[in-house]
Write a protein that binds this ligand. Structure first.
Ligand SMILES: C[S@@+](CC[C@H](N)C(=O)[O-])C[C@H]1O[C@@H](n2cnc3c(N)ncnc32)[C@H](O)[C@@H]1O
Length: 179
């Protein structure tokens, strides 16, 4: 009995270590860690965005898609596309959005996506990655697209609005931009 328990424990530890190493390698490979947008920001976006059947919302690097789940439920007429490069957040996102007919999750590199149909773009990145994001937005988006970045400013762009956590008033902000 003790031996079975020890073997199961060892197996669990091996799986956890392999999983962490995979996440670390992916973070180094793609230059971005997997961290979810905080709940307050998801709630603010869900309650304040106004989306219609004309909107096509892209989340570039959607992780496990907590925002797409919240928006997809609130705005059934709008269309949502999440793109994720890492396999395990992609599978989680697929599973979490399985009942939302208006949300599509794609596996792939958002830097290679055609974004010409987008009306809204959302992303949560890190400072080093922002110049790449700015270049992508400048090259691939048409004028009038709303861009929402959590936490990190887009270099050389001026936000139309910045929203801090309403409870604390400080920390990372939601930054709204218009192309
Ligand atoms: C900081 S996380 C944000 C996750 C999600 N947007 C959220 O706010 O909950 C950034 C995500 O972008 C993904 N990512 C990084 N580079 C990517 C690329 N070139 N194409 C698609 N996804 C990418 C990462 O795997 C990670 O899940």
């Amino acid at each position: 009995m003790l031996l079975v328990f020890l073997l199961l424990f060892l197996l669990g530890c091996i799986i956890a270590v392999v999983f962490c190493l995979n996440a670390l390698v992916d973070t180094l490979r793609f230059g971005l860690p997997f961290v979810s947008t905080p709940r307050w920001a998801i709630t603010w976006l869900r309650d304040n965005l106004q989306l219609t059947e004309h909107d096509v919302v892209y989340e570039l690097g959607c992780g496990s898609a907590p925002l797409l789940v919240a928006l997809g439920r609130k705005f059934p007429a709008a269309k949502f596309i999440g793109i994720e490069i890492q396999w395990w957040p992609f599978l989680l996102a697929k599973w979490r959005t399985r009942r939302l007919a208006n949300v599509r999750i794609r596996s792939g590199d958002f830097l290679k996506e055609d974004l010409s149909s987008a009306t809204v773009i959302y992303g949560f990145y890190i400072t080093n990655f922002m110049p790449k994001v700015a270049k992508l937005l400048e090259q691939k988006l048409r004028a009038g697209v709303q861009i929402i970045s959590f936490g990190f400013a887009i270099p050389d762009w001026t936000p139309t609005k910045e929203i801090a956590n309403p409870k604390t008033g400080h920390g990372s902000k939601i930054q709204l931009y218009q192309k």
